[in-house]
Design a binder for this molecule. Structure first.
Ligand SMILES: [Zn+2]
Ligand SMILES: [Zn+2]
Length: 365
């Protein structure tokens, strides 16, 4: 029997989401239904809701969630009652990309890509935003999108593992494979950039220079392991990078902001044999300029990192272990929690920069 869910629906870009009752189809073969306990608000949700990336409406966003399996379709190797993290990474496990460890770029089309499991009160389809539609108290997703988690991780903290944390930490440990004693610059200390800082600390980078325009984010970056913090409103970071690397410039520059100026400035911060890693998703149409002669002459690389090149079944349990060992901060990344009815307030705080990661918590009784 299909389930009725309460969801925050986007019916017009740039307008507040509306709480509606929707019908959620049963999980098909290979799919699961998860009763959510928490969903974090990511900048991508806001970009979609504001219309920056287009897409069809109505739709439900939300893709950074945790909950408990409520029903399983045929052929699913998980059990009802298992606690899981729910991500937007849907993969077949068999294609060329999956076999190369890049399940984040799996091109396989799934039934959920073609037919949304959500319909509104008039029986019309509602988009399954970011393959998850987690601004709702229950979701139906493909089983490849969930990872069971053990241990004592609070719901709001566990939700962050679905996107911001794996994107930031994974960019360092998977995409760039930063070596111990490296020098690292992190441009942008939002939800992803702060996790790049955490990743660089886990990789035992010797110098981690966090750059942002908001003192509160820079303070948090220092708490998370940055060795230096630079407020861009005080001027460019170039001379500090020069000084801290004895003029060699950085081994790794992570661009964790969509600001085009960060991309342009990154080439002046990266040293010989260095790499620029593009982590944030810039708005459609943003382009960058680089000097190919300089790139070749100095043996430099430019790397793109989607979702931290994460392999979720491998990486999420490892991150839970690091959290329990005290090496990974999650709780301190949660700014505030809200009920679903207050999702527009929660999104406004993230939009305005007064909150870093707001999390919607559901009444699971
Ligand atoms: Zn996200
Ligand atoms: Zn695949």
């Amino acid at each position: 029997m299909p389930t009725t869910v309460r969801a925050a629906v986007c019916r017009a870009f740039g307008e507040p989401l509306r709480i509606e009752q929707l019908t959620l189809a049963d999980p098909g073969p290979g799919e699961v239904r998860v009763r959510l306990s928490a969903v974090a608000i990511c900048h991508s949700d806001i970009s979609y809701a504001d219309g920056e990336w287009g897409g069809e409406l109505p739709a439900v966003w939300g893709h950074e969630a945790t909950g408990v399996i409520a029903a399983v379709g045929d052929g699913v190797g998980f059990d009802v009652g298992e606690r899981v993290v729910v991500t937007l990474i849907r993969s077949c496990g068999e294609c060329h990309h999956c076999q190369r460890g890049a399940e984040v770029t799996c091109p396989t089309t799934f039934p959920l890509d073609e037919t949304s499991p959500l319909t509104d009160a008039d029986g019309r389809p509602v988009g399954h935003g970011m393959r998850t539609a987690a601004f709702a108290d229950e979701v139906v997703v493909h089983a490849s999108q969930i990872v069971p988690i053990d241990g004592d991780v609070p719901d709001a903290s566990a939700a962050l593992l679905a996107c911001g944390v794996i994107t930031g930490v994974g960019a360092v440990l998977n995409t760039a494979a930063v070596e111990p004693a490296s020098s690292v610059v992190v441009l942008g200390c939002g939800g992803v950039g702060l996790n790049v800082v955490q990743g660089a600390a886990l990789a035992k980078a010797a110098t981690i220079i966090a750059v942002d325009v908001q003192p509160a984010k820079l303070d948090l970056a220092i708490h998370l392991g940055a060795t230096h913090a630079h407020d861009l409103t005080d001027g460019p970071v170039d001379s500090l990078v020069h000084e801290l690397t004895d003029g060699m410039l950085a081994d790794y520059v992570f661009v964790a902001t969509g600001a085009p100026s960060a991309l342009a400035g990154a080439t002046d911060l990266v040293g010989t044999m260095g790499a620029i890693v593009i982590v944030g998703m810039p708005a459609t149409g943003v382009s960058g300029v680089f000097d190919p002669g300089s790139l070749a002459g100095q043996n430099q690389r430019i790397l793109g990192s989607k979702m931290g090149t994460s392999v979720i079944a491998r990486d999420i349990p490892a991150l839970v272990q690091r959290y329990q060992d005290g090496g990974l901060e999650l709780d301190g990344l949660v700014s505030h929690t809200f009920p679903l009815d207050e999702i527009n307030e929660a999104m406004d705080e993230v939009r305005s920069g007064t909150a870093l990661r707001n999390v919607i918590v559901f009444d699971t009784d």
